[in-house]
Design a protein around this ligand. Structure first.
Ligand code: AMP
Length: 332
């Protein structure tokens, strides 16, 4: 079941305590697409400037990602982001963001991109996310990512965008900021109660039913109306560059869900029917994909990742998160 992603396609300049890279391939849609390409066909939608190289597009093509809807804007400049990490790789400073061709961009999805059943609205202006969602009214599963910038300057649009999706993937700090609730579970529950206002004659509006809180090196948590699940990050000894970890995580999560929706009828595959077990396995795949991403700069590790490496690390993560349920007679 193919996946369409809209989001930034970027040049990133990144400095971490372990090295730096100038204008390397990055962007939320790129990191997402590379990860999701291990599960299903992916169509990327977004603009680049004429400074964007063919060899960068080739990185996506090599993983069979469809780049037909990557629009080259004549005279425009590719989205640029610059960030720096200190020893605490969980927090970073954004030094520069240049929207470039994203300013004034109107997404025009080809028939092929529009016919995907699964849509990922990567972190970008919420108005653009809403526009793409509008162009894919029949998508069976829609997930969204965002960031503090849009909560600060476009909160109302972001709330409308969230009301139109099934799954919200945010950092836990962003979940708190968005809802004004200090507790992660309460914040997630608040978002689970959001739903678009119904229109006469339209089917029941659904609103988000899956909330994922990313917690950096501490892992990620999943909150649905019926359950809670959490996984630690895969314990790596060497982390080089966390850039794109969140988008790679989303690619693993959404990719896994898309692969499993493929085996179901459209009639019984509403997001409410995504059972807890499937979502937990999706969380594990997301965690493992993200762990590979941070081992090297930018897309370097994902570019030469093999499916069997993912399978092996899933088995390791599974083993290290089990414990026996043998009860102990406690005092008192
Ligand atoms: P992550 O580390 O998962 O948060 O994603 C980092 C990626 O997001 C980088 O490759 C950046 O190019 C991209 N990015 C950073 N800021 C923005 C923004 N304001 N809008 C869209 N993409 C962004």
């Amino acid at each position: 079941m193919s996946i369409t992603v809209v989001g930034s396609i970027a040049y990133d300049t990144v400095k971490t305590p372990f090295g730096s890279r100038e204008r390397m391939l990055g962007g939320a849609a790129v990191h997402f697409a590379l990860a999701a390409s291990f599960f299903e066909d992916v169509h990327v939608v977004g603009p680049v400037g004429d400074d964007f190289g063919e060899e960068q597009l080739e990185v996506l093509r090599r993983r069979n990602v469809d780049v037909t809807d990557v629009e080259r804007v004549a005279g425009g400049k590719t989205f640029f982001w610059q960030g720096e990490y200190g020893w605490d790789l969980n927090s970073r400073e954004t030094l520069d963001t240049q929207l470039g061709v994203f300013e004034g961009f109107t997404p025009k999805l080809s028939e092929r991109s529009r016919s995907s059943d699964v849509l990922f609205l990567a972190n970008i202006q919420p108005e653009l996310q809403i526009e793409v969602r509008r162009q894919m009214p029949d998508a069976r599963f829609v997930a969204l990512d965002s960031m503090n910038l849009w909560i600060d300057i476009a909160r109302d649009s972001l709330v409308s965008a969230i009301e139109s999706v099934d799954c919200v993937i945010l950092n836990d700090a962003e979940l708190r900021q968005l809802t004004g609730k200090p507790n992660l579970v309460t914040a997630a529950r608040e978002i689970l109660s959001w739903a678009p206002a119904g229109r006469a004659g339209s089917e029941q509006p659904r609103g988000p039913s899956v909330i994922v809180a990313k917690q950096g090196e501490y892992g990620a948590a999943l909150v649905t109306r019926s359950g809670f699940f959490a996984l630690p990050a895969y314990p790596l000894e060497t982390v080089i560059d966390p850039t794109g970890a969140g988008d790679t995580f989303a690619g693993g999560l959404v990719g896994y869900i898309a692969a499993h929706l493929a085996g179901r009828d459209a009639g019984d595959a509403g997001p409410e029917e995504l059972d807890e077990e499937l979502l937990r396995r999706a969380m594990a795949h997301a965690t493992v994909l993200a762990s590979f991403n941070v081992e090297e700069f930018g897309t370097e590790r994902l570019e030469r990742l093999a499916g069997r490496e993912i399978v092996a690390r899933i088995a390791e993560l599974h083993a290290m998160t089990q414990f026996s349920g043998a009860p102990l007679e406690l005092r008192g």
